[in-house]
Design a protein. Structure first.
Length: 217
């Protein structure tokens, strides 16, 4: 009988130890921050975050084209804040990522082509600018993936006796630059197919070729 009780005790102890270990492991990436002793109305404090401190990448530009392992990539960063639910904040941040990269790509193709058009005669400038608007709006976003996420749970002091909590979520995503080039060139090809004169088509092809030199910079 004593042996049976001893086995039951050992089994319970092992179960408790397992639960403790699993609980500890699951909390390694989430850090609780000690609440401040002095609280002033209107102030805010980070009470929980993942990871334990804000990563350096959160201070990067919202839209950047960089070289990574000899390949150009587009990075984009977006933030959602003042969300009562963390999952809602995650969804909003991802939606904001898609919006920001679409806007960034539109600006990128406009900038590249405007530089190429610097020496264009007035004969074609107006027509080419109208083509540019069409292309910039139709370059699709393909291959965007979320690479990093940082979130904070923040306590806001509403009054001496009342507090509220909200989440701030920041996400970073990237897309291969080659994906942008493929979508951009297809959009320009669609325009070229609608050009009616050989002379205009030849001039537009020259500008597109000049614009593409940016791809190797």
């Amino acid at each position: 009988m004593k042996t049976g009780k001893r086995i039951v005790t050992i089994v319970i102890a092992l179960l408790l130890l397992t639960i403790f270990v699993l609980s500890s492991c699951s909390r390694k990436s989430v850090v609780d921050v000690r609440e401040p002793k002095k609280k002033n109305v209107g102030e805010e404090y980070v009470v929980q975050s993942n990871p334990d401190r804000e990563p350096k990448w959160t201070n990067d530009g919202e839209f950047e084209v960089i070289r990574e392992k000899r390949k150009k990539v587009i990075y984009v960063i977006a933030e959602a804040t003042d969300q009562k639910d963390k999952r809602a904040g995650e969804r909003l941040a991802e939606a904001e990522l898609r919006r920001k990269i679409a806007e960034g790509i539109e600006t990128l193709v406009q900038s590249q082509f405007q530089d190429a058009m610097s020496g264009t005669t007035d004969t074609y400038r107006e027509a080419f600018e109208s083509y540019l608007v069409v292309v910039a709006e139709n370059v699709s976003v393909v291959g965007l993936i979320v690479t990093d996420t940082y979130w904070e749970k923040i306590q806001r002091i509403k009054s001496v006796e009342e507090v509220e909590f909200y989440y701030r979520v920041i996400k970073r995503g990237k897309m291969p630059y080659d994906n942008y080039v493929t979508a951009r060139d297809q959009a320009w090809q669609d325009v070229l197919n609608r050009v009616t004169t050989d002379q205009e088509r030849e001039e537009l092809q020259r500008l597109i070729a000049e614009m593409k030199t940016w791809d190797n910079v």
